[in-house]
Design a protein around this ligand. Sequence first.
Ligand SMILES: NC(=O)c1ccc[n+]([C@@H]2O[C@H](COP(=O)([O-])OP(=O)(O)OC[C@H]3O[C@@H](n4cnc5c(N)ncnc54)[C@H](O)[C@@H]3O)[C@@H](O)[C@H]2O)c1
Length: 467
Amino acid sequence: MVNIGVSFPPKVTHICCIGAGYVGGPTSAVMAAQCPDIRFTVADTDSARIAAWNSSNLPVYEKGLDDLVKMQRSVNLFFTTDVDSAIRQAEMILIAVNTPTKTRGVGSGKAADLRNVEMCVRRIATVAETDKVVVERSTVPCGTGQMVAGILDEFAKPGVQFHVLSNPEFMSEGSAIANLLHPDRVIIGAHGTSQWAQGLLRAVYEQWVPRDRILTMDLWSAELSKLAANAMLAQRISSINAISAVCEAAGASVKSVADGVGSDRRIGRDFLDASVGFGGSCFHKDVASLVWLSQSLNLPEVAEYWSQVLAMNSFQISRFARTVSQTVVGGLEDKRIACLGFAYKSGTGDSRNTPAAEVCRYLLDEGAHLAVYDPKVPDQHIRDRMEELGCDLSQVSVCASAEEAADGAQAVVVLTAWKQFLALDWEIVYGSMAKPAYVFDGQLMLEPETMRRLGYHFYQIGHPRSP
Ligand SMILES: NC(=O)c1ccc[n+]([C@@H]2O[C@H](COP(=O)([O-])OP(=O)(O)OC[C@H]3O[C@@H](n4cnc5c(N)ncnc54)[C@H](O)[C@@H]3O)[C@@H](O)[C@H]2O)c1
């Protein structure tokens, strides 16, 4: 008879997080600050990323993150490429590696590529010399815990036991630190003999999260909760974006409709802001993963339902880009177009899967010259994302300010809701632009009356057109 958990100390003293990305870095920094008695080691095979975490130029931008890392680094927070030592020393191992969409083979374009998770788990199994709690933090399809447990059992050293938990991360880029400090909920899923380990992880969270916000459940439900949450958030965006198209055609205002709809407490106002579409590393991949999961479970109608959320997002992005090209008098051939914002949303320097890149590709295909500015996305990332989409980079310049991008442009296209675009002196910008000057607001940021008074031809998603 196995004595579950007897080799564990009553409290966790050392946690290792594998994956030093947008999740692994910020979550470990917050946990380290909240749990001074626990040592956190963040391990990653990407040496450039680890070097950046150990420098003053962190690889991830989030409000408050720099200060947190400065405060905890070398106190109880360490970043290393020595994954094996980090695994050996920790009692609990968080897996926070990337789980992108598969790009070939069965499920290509939909299923989650679990290679990184599998590699981590193999490594944990072969390296660990003592019992470990292994926690899935990455977003994975329902049932992955079984694969994880299977690999651990297969490759474990004699006498070493593993206990698998699912603890999906719900933070949102752009407000990651606030979300991690005050989460709406923490979910900890476990099966059978690993249930005792839920208590161990719960005790870690209880150091700063109110008890009633920590939900324990079975492993499959925990895994599925994350996919379902992202699918429903993406669905809300696609729903309001679908309404924005109706508003434009019918002459209504999507802002007013969102207020009217969202003031119903059963619906709520959050996540009802129409925009050029959703992006980022999660929404598309997680909805696609749910589509694939539904297909795999022989539920084609469910798969079709969720796939429409993605279809509506693509429609919104191309609808917006088409509006730009069809509105500018004489088309876009050889015209300078300023693209303000490239991050997939404000508050982050992340440009993975950003709608801005898709819009840029469309405008380039129409013959435009693009002048792109984003306050947080590194220049090289802007070029990389466009290159991934096959864009002709010779027609793209990356600018150091919004004013520089707009100088001589026929149109300004607002693609990310950075507050600094609100504070621009739009009168001076107007003076520097080619005429007639157009502004296409894909983020519902600017005040239509003011912009039109300044002389702009102004278009805003989900609103009647400029007269
Ligand atoms: N970014 C978000 O806002 C967010 C929010 C919630 C959940 N998630 C989920 O969290 C997971 C991680 O997302 P992310 O945005 O942090 O990804 P990321 O790409 O920023 O970081 C992942 C890191 O894992 C490292 N890695 C991959 N395989 C490895 C291995 N075998 N050994 C060691 N290191 C390895 C990579 O080098 C990379 O630095 C994903 O499953 C994602 O869906 C992301």
